[in-house]
Design a binder for this molecule. Sequence first.
Ligand code: GAR
Length: 203
Amino acid sequence: MLTRVAVLVSGGGTNLQALIDAQAAGRLGSGKIALVISNRKAAYALERAKNAGIERAVLSKYMKPDPDDYDAALLDMLRAHGIDMIALAGFLGIIGPKVLAAYEGRIVNIHPALIPSFCGMGYYGLRVHEAALARGVKVTGATAHLVNGEVDGGPILLQKAVEVQPDDTPETLQRRVMEQAEWEILPRAVRMISDQISNGRMN
Ligand code: GAR
């Protein structure tokens, strides 16, 4: 039994690509990417979805300025496509209470640091790596976790460490964390939750 996955994106979509590649290689278990939703219509991630023949949609805050309306519209879209679980792959919007309640324990996020370091409100994208370099950490990495009402606060599923190099810039560090950690653990975490759902082992 397949688990229909919606991938939510905002940017370049390299993590979406890692999921697409994992599915093509048979590494997504029961997970099937059924829909890609972007909150930015210019996101390159939408091109990646198109190239892979995956249905895509845009839901931006310009279309639904009120957060409650956005939450309701997102839930409608997910339900209309029979979505079983959600993967946040560089999604920079906030998931509202209706979607959180409907998909409790079924929303996976990838964060580009070892939670609880460099996480929470304001820590996203390159900022995370700027903060890691400013603090002088020698090891950073990525975390795949379940999403709850607290930013980056849900249960941790998988983590992978990555060494910081002395000459790293935020950009070089971001790239290494993606290559060595994010693109590996996000598909594994999606597989983990989708297999749990398809095996009917969710409580
Ligand atoms: C990734 O590094 C992801 O971990 C990060 O944004 C980037 C998106 O890249 N997400 C966050 O910072 C969420 N707090 P992508 O669009 O190429 O996947």
